[in-house]
Design a protein. Structure first.
Lengths: 514, 322
């Protein structure tokens, strides 16, 4: 049966979780030695399908053929035996183990470790030479960059002799340069005859790297096309089921007076390490300043310091009056009273209480607002519910039920609840962190439009996102952060992805390292 | 303090450190696998009662030991089922088992023997007897080392030596074997183990059962070697001291041994306030000596002896997710 042209064929795969049909009669055939993209919105069933392929879930019905042979995959062990390797979006690595130990885990040669480790060390050297996958076998995972951790995941799969490699949203955490390196590795693997399945929501990556692409929507397979014969617009339309505006439509900015002025902002973390090393910036009314950078270079600290969540030093003024950076006056409540709205980067930890209802969540940060008070003692919950219902309608939150717990909304709709709460307060300054993380294309389009509308209404917007595309399409000016500092600020029209990518890696426009 | 007194205290240290060491290593397996076990105390108590009862009934310390391990295993299994299979709260399960053991052991001892919740005093074969190591007699004349060997090293029951063997074995298992690698991994990141195709539940059950066996040894030692029979609450918080030692030792076997020896030394001193008074020239309250292990652990947790980082997945039931 080795003659089959397909590395993987899935026939009629269905899977339901309770009443939710996650996969419905999925058929897909992946030719051997190709890079096959799978795209779809959040909740389209991509991850479920791949989890079935990797033995995490069992399909309710359907058949899996590996190299033409029907194969049962009841657990991950069988998937590994069938030659399938998986690189998860959130790496499955043991942080305080060495690279070597992580690679060997589960693929040991015998009950004693020494022989396994010695063998792994040797084949790791070979693998890294062959595929540009160099990592220090004795380094601890927690000391490695995300890009290197991902290489360890790939090495793990290759060490287990995987012929089929599945990568789930592999570039979400990488710099553009790291992503390019990853795609070089993938192309090298393909040249060696490996089959690669790439799950992503980034159309550009699909267009650049894949041979074929399958599109999923609401648990069904909408279609498989040859990448070369398709276009991003066509794929987006297939994903969402209607025409989608990929480019953000916006008029040139009309910047007014300076709203936010930040001088020499410094933040130390609990361990005393300086995370913000003297950041200075200005935002005017009616403009969006985008902060680009790889996650963890101080963007979060900048947002949290401006939002009053953490202590900082320096000078920050909003419309000329200073914002407290220390002491009891420095908190989210007083910031909101001063006219700063904040869509936090991590909506689950800072934006919402998942077990609370939508209307309770809408009150957060604003529950002292006079319009929500019945009298001196009691809150006016009815007014709050009515207000929530109105906001849900304006922001197209589905389902529009104020009494539903936040956790029961999809990621995109949760984000819309947060966005609705903050946008509707008519702030002078809007801090927006990762507004579309984990949000599907339809909702992204909507949130982007709302951001532009706020800008046009004369608000100052500070946008932090790890998605460079998002920064590029929304911002009027772009500042790049690296290692707690601003590497430089560019007018949107005067820069491009390449220059920003270099700055994100700590190299300034003039070529010298910082 | 003269040399002879020091040797006496050290001898007592070894005897008192043994149950701590066994219980501490027991906890190490469970906690390294990501299952917090506050129920060491309860398991020791159950084992002590079973061992005391069976040794009294059969007259064999070894059968008592076997029964002790069995009793402890039952408690370990309950903890495993609640926290692994049913993903219950591990602290609550542990606390509940401690309460259950405290009551049940006395009840059973009372209904079996009717001696006020104790088992009958053991003697002869029903108790583990001290073993005199070779050359203990002949070396006695050698200055300093001879008496040390004879008094401190030699003359303990087999379980004392077993405890030290368990420490060495555990170090080897943990750092030199496949099982150890997987065990450490499952306590840090069970998802990594799961995706590598290894059963998280299997590993955790294995670890919890090892914990059961070792707690069984610790409890049986209490009833059939350190003392002669089971008595109400005879473990007297040793399970918690072992837990404290585990934290103090940062979940490492050899460090755990030294910590238990130190805590055992404190217990030995608490038994000899006269010696302490003679050394420090003023009266130290016995409760202070008894509390020393806990004080040290609080200091350790406050970060005075470096950071004690527990296994990262500890206390959290593993739920498979995408």
């Amino acid at each position: 049966m080795e003659t089959s042209a397909y590395a993987i064929e899935l026939k009629g795969i269905s899977k339901a979780f309770g009443p939710v049909q996650a996969n419905r009669d999925i058929n897909i055939a992946v030719p051997r030695g190709t890079i096959h993209g799978i795209i779809g919105e959040n909740g389209a069933g991509k991850s479920t399908l791949m989890s079935i392929l990797y033995g995490f879930y069992r399909a309710d019905s359907g058949q899996i053929l590996i190299n033409g042979t029907p194969t049962a995959i009841p657990d991950s062990q069988s998937a590994i035996r069938a030659g399938i390797g998986m690189v998860f979006q959130h790496f499955k690595l043991v942080q305080n183990f060495t690279v070597l130990e992580n690679v060997v885990l589960g693929a040991e040669d015998g009950p004693m470790l020494n022989t396994s480790l010695a063998k792994a060390r040797k084949s790791l050297t070979d693998l890294s030479r062959e595929y540009e996958l160099d990592v220090d076998p004795d380094a601890l995972i927690e000391d490695l960059s995300v890009g290197h951790q991902q290489r360890v995941e790939i090495l793990k799969a290759l060490y287990r002799q995987a012929d089929i490699l599945i990568l789930d949203e592999p570039t979400g955490v990488l710099t553009p340069a790291e992503a390019d390196h990853l795609f070089r590795i993938l192309k090298g693997l393909k040249a060696q005859g490996k089959t690669i399945i790439l799950i992503t929501h980034k159309l550009r990556e699909i267009m650049e790297t894949t041979d074929n692409v399958s599109v999923m929507r609401r648990g069904t397979m909408v279609g498989t096309v040859k990448t070369a014969e398709s276009s991003p617009e066509e794929l987006a339309e297939l994903m969402v089921g209607r025409k989608v505006l990929l480019a953000v439509d916006k008029a040139p900015a009309q910047p007014g007076d300076v709203v936010l002025s930040v001088q020499d902002l410094r933040v130390r973390d609990e361990a005393g390490v300086e995370r913000l090393k003297g950041v200075s910036l200005e935002i005017r009314a009616g403009e969006i300043l985008g902060i680009a950078g790889v996650a963890g270079n101080g963007q979060s600290e900048l947002m949290e310091a401006l939002g009053g969540m953490i202590r900082a030093s320096g000078n920050v003024t909003l419309k000329g009056s200073p914002l407290p950076l220390q002491g009891p006056e420095c908190n989210g409540q007083s910031r909101r009273e001063a006219g700063v709205a904040h869509v936090p980067e991590d909506r689950h930890h800072h934006g919402l209480i998942l077990d609370f209802t939508a209307w309770e969540n809408v009150a957060f940060g604003y529950f002292n607002d006079p319009k929500y008070q019945k009298n001196a003692l009691l809150m006016d919950n009815a007014a709050l519910r009515a207000d929530t219902a109105r906001k849900m309608e304006t922001f197209d939150v589905r389902p529009p039920i104020p009494g539903l717990a936040a956790k029961n909304f999809s990621g995109g709709n949760q984000q819309k609840i947060v966005v609705a709460r903050e946008f509707e307060q008519d702030p002078d300054l809007l801090l927006v962190g990762q507004p579309t993380r984990g949000v599907d294309i339809g909702a992204i389009e909507f949130i982007h439009k709302q951001l532009i509308a706020l800008r046009d209404a004369g608000k100052a917007v500070l946008l932090v996102s790890v998605e460079l595309d998002e920064i590029l399409s929304l911002s009027d000016r772009i500042a790049v952060m690296f290692d707690g500092q601003i590497m430089g600020t560019r007018e949107r029209a005067a820069t491009d992805e390449k220059e920003l990518g270099l700055m994100m890696a700590g190299i300034t426009g003039k070529g010298e390292a910082a | 303090m003269d040399y002879a007194t020091l040797l006496q205290v050290l001898d007592a240290t070894l005897r008192l450190a043994t149950p701590l060491m066994l219980a501490c290593i027991a906890g190490l397996y469970s906690e390294r696998a990501g299952i917090f076990d506050i129920g060491l105390e309860g398991k020791m108590l159950a084992a002590a009662m079973c061992a005391g009862a069976v040794a009294a009934l059969t007259g064999s310390a070894w059968l008592g030991l076997l029964a002790g391990v069995g009793g402890s295993l039952i408690f370990a299994l309950i903890h495993g089922v609640t926290s692994i299979t049913f993903r219950g709260n591990q602290l609550i399960s542990g606390v509940a088992l401690n309460f259950l053991a405290a009551g049940l052991t006395v009840l059973m001892a009372q209904s079996l023997f009717g001696q006020g919740g104790r088992t009958p005093p053991l003697n002869g074969e029903a108790r583990f007897q001290p073993i005199t190591l070779p050359f203990a007699e002949t070396l006695q004349s050698v200055p300093v080392i001879g008496p040390f060997y004879e008094e401190v090293i030699s003359g303990h029951s087999v379980l004392v030596y077993a405890a030290f063997a368990v420490v060495g074995l555990t170090w080897f298992v943990l750092y030199r074997t496949r099982f150890g690698l997987r065990l450490r991994a499952v306590g840090e990141n069970p998802a990594a183990v799961d995706t590598a195709g290894i059963s998280v539940k299997g590993l955790r059950y294995g670890a919890v059962l090892i914990t059961g066996v070792l707690c069984g040894l610790a409890g049986a030692y209490m009833a059939t070697a350190l003392q002669a029979g089971f008595g109400k609450d005879m473990t007297a918080g040793r399970g918690y001291i072992a837990l404290a030692a585990l934290i103090f030792a940062k979940w490492r076997p050899v460090a755990a041994m030294w910590t238990c020896l130190l805590f055992g030394f404190f217990q030995a001193l608490a038994n000899r306030p006269d010696v302490v008074e003679a050394v420090v020239q003023f009266k130290v309250p016995v409760p202070f000596l008894t509390a020393l292990p806990y004080i040290l652990t609080v200091l350790a947790l406050a970060g005075f002896v470096g950071r004690a980082i527990p296994p990262r997945a500890g206390g959290e039931p593993y739920v498979k997710e995408r």
